[in-house]
Ligand binder design. Structure first.
Ligand code: ASP
Ligand code: MG
Length: 421
């Protein structure tokens, strides 16, 4: 039993979809395989924009038309003219329009979001499933919202693992004896059968939830990179591939901001000791990276940037020192507004906290704390983490940035930096 996950880039056009079929045929199995698919290309962003345009009463029809056109053109390249997929697509886009008109409410933004954004995955999986069928890969399309059950935390659904496991085992396991299953990443459903989503880029997490429920032998995430690298090749010219990583190392990397896999992916797999492979859909014969219980021996200097950060400096007002009481107050506020602390540092009279740039949360934090502290805010910052740093890496990298704050332990270097303009 195994799970394959194909993200947006791996189904971004007709050629990519053909490649998915090729990978399933050559590296998959005819049964006992669940294929998890995300929305095609940048469709999720386009749907977000559609909803935003609809709520701001601008020309949303045009946005909708563009999304439809994009999928239609992919289908035209994959299917004969009279194929059933075209009727299906017409119906799905009608449903999307219906959702926009009748299932949204600007006052319930997050709930509305899930009811509309889900169409990216629903449409993508219909196209992929039908195309696999055309290629004589027997499969069943499944609506994952009926199996992955969450609470009503819109846009970040909390999964009920016990219930989900039971449903998946009862309903999906029997199908897998005969054929493969194609289903959506990123989506869940509530008790009342409303759609939830699991957080942006959440399809990796879906693969992990399904693998957990089926006690799968392994999960493979097919990506446009050769595996997990020690730096982003867009930022650092020379990168190296990790052959193996432990669950702990991988989840630490996601905490620091590595976006190769969704942060929630690791835990369910680690709990059942299911290995996770990250491999390239462009070079599928390559081994990629294997994440399992065994620590990497490579200790590569690993460079991770977390963008869109803001640095908040809290100073005590009356020239007193930072006390545990002050600290508790600040931490409590962050907990209350559900803002993540990505880095913290304190001195005698002030405390620095780096958090994601989410304006509404920052406004609330300032509102709650401005009575007791002077607050200084630095925007457009990035958090740089180097695991297993060495002098050479620091020397090459740091002169390219303005350094605002730095922290070092024996193995880990962390800094708040800004681009030099
Ligand atoms: N399509 C969703 C997103 O772009 C989920 C995913 O790609 O994993 O966030
Ligand atoms: Mg995506």
């Amino acid at each position: 039993m195994q799970v394959f996950k194909f993200g947006g880039a791996s189904v971004k056009d007709a050629e990519a979809v053909r490649n998915v079929a090729y990978i399933i045929q050559n590296f998959g199995t005819p049964t006992h395989l669940v294929v998890v698919v995300s929305a095609m290309g940048k469709t999720t962003n386009a749907l977000e924009k559609l909803l935003h345009t609809y709520f701001s009463q601008a020309d949303w029809q045009n946005e909708l038309q563009n999304i439809q056109q994009y999928h239609w053109e992919i289908a035209q390249k994959l299917f004969p003219n009279n194929h059933i997929i075209f009727t299906a697509l017409e119906y799905l886009f009608l449903q999307l329009k219906e959702a926009l008109l009748h299932k949204t409410n600007p006052e319930k933004y997050d709930e509305s979001y899930d009811q509309v954004i889900c169409f990216g995955e629903i449409i993508a999986t219909h196209i992929v499933s039908q195309y696999l069928q055309e290629q004589a890969i027997a499969n069943e399309w499944i609506d994952i919202r009926n199996y992955i059950k969450t609470d009503t935390t819109w846009r970040e659904g909390k999964v009920d693992f016990a219930w989900t496991e039971q449903l998946i085992r009862r309903e999906i396991l029997p199908i897998l004896q005969e054929k493969i299953v194609v289903t959506q990443g990123f989506l869940g459903g509530t008790l009342g059968n409303k759609t939830t989503t699991l957080g942006r880029e959440g399809s990796d997490y879906t693969a992990s939830i399904i693998a957990y429920s089926l006690n799968a032998e392994k999960v493979t995430i097919w990506k446009d990179v050769p595996g997990i690298l020690n730096a982003d090749p867009k930022k650092v010219p020379q990168t190296q591939l990790y052959e193996t990583l432990s669950y702990t190392e991988a989840s630490e990397m996601t905490f620091y901001g590595a976006n190769v896999i969704h942060p929630k992916t690791i835990k369910p797999l680690a709990n059942k000791n299911i290995p996770l492979f990250v491999r390239s859909f462009l070079e599928p014969t390559q081994a990629g990276t294997c994440i399992n219980g065994i620590a990497s021996q490579q200790n590569l200097p690993t460079i991770i940037f977390k963008p869109n950060q803001v640095l908040l400096k809290f100073g005590v007002k009356d020239l007193a020192f930072i006390t545990e009481e002050n600290l508790a107050k600040i931490l409590h506020t962050f907990t209350q507004v559900n803002a993540k602390i990505n880095l913290m540092q304190s001195s005698a009279v002030s405390i620095w906290i780096v958090t994601d740039f989410q304006e509404h949360k920052i406004l609330k934090i300032k509102d709650f704390l401005s009575e007791d502290f002077t607050i200084f805010q630095e925007n457009h910052a990035q958090l740089l983490t180097i695991l297993y740093y060495d002098e050479k890496t620091l020397k090459e990298l740091l002169p390219q940035y303005h350094l605002i704050l730095e922290q070092k332990t024996a193995q880990t270097f962390r800094a708040v930096v800004k681009e030099k303009s």
